[in-house]
Design a binder for this molecule. Structure first.
Ligand SMILES: [Zn+2]
Length: 140
């Protein structure tokens, strides 16, 4: 039979029995005040480690427009409120990001278009007619 394990609460400093199955990491007793204080300290540590999280989240919420998947696929640039971006990050940064996004979109579309064209070209080199049909059907 295992002996009961004890620890000392880091909040109230009273000894307490570790709950069954609890890891040795349990540092806080079961008193609601101690649990609440431990939670408050954990949140404070998290906020100190991620000081800009709330600002980032609010900014992202302002900049990203709600859109349908179909609209987003048709016009991905419309997913961002660029006028709001200029207000929030400044004209130069917003224009740089917007122009880079346009360049990247053209590159991505052209790369995919070229890959499909190359795959279609190669499919004509497939020696067996049935396999050629299968490859062509997948590319449609
Ligand atoms: Zn305690």
């Amino acid at each position: 039979m295992a002996l009961p394990r004890f620890s000392r609460c880091i909040i109230c400093n009273k000894p307490f029995r570790l709950s069954k199955g609890a890891s040795a990491k349990q540092r806080v007793c079961s008193a609601p005040e101690c649990r609440q204080e431990a939670h408050r300290r954990a949140c404070a540590r998290w906020r100190k480690k991620h000081p800009t999280y709330d600002r980032e989240t609010r900014l992202a919420k302002r900049l990203v427009r709600k859109t349908t998947l179909a609209d987003w696929l048709r016009e991905p640039m419309a997913a961002i409120d660029w006028a709001q971006a200029r207000d929030d990050v400044g004209l130069a940064t917003a224009v740089l990001v917007e122009e880079w996004a346009k360049v990247f979109l053209v590159w991505a579309r052209e790369t995919v278009r070229l890959q499909i064209a190359e795959a279609k070209r190669l499919s004509h080199e497939v020696p067996f007619p049935r396999a050629r049909e299968k490859v062509s059907a997948k590319l449609e």
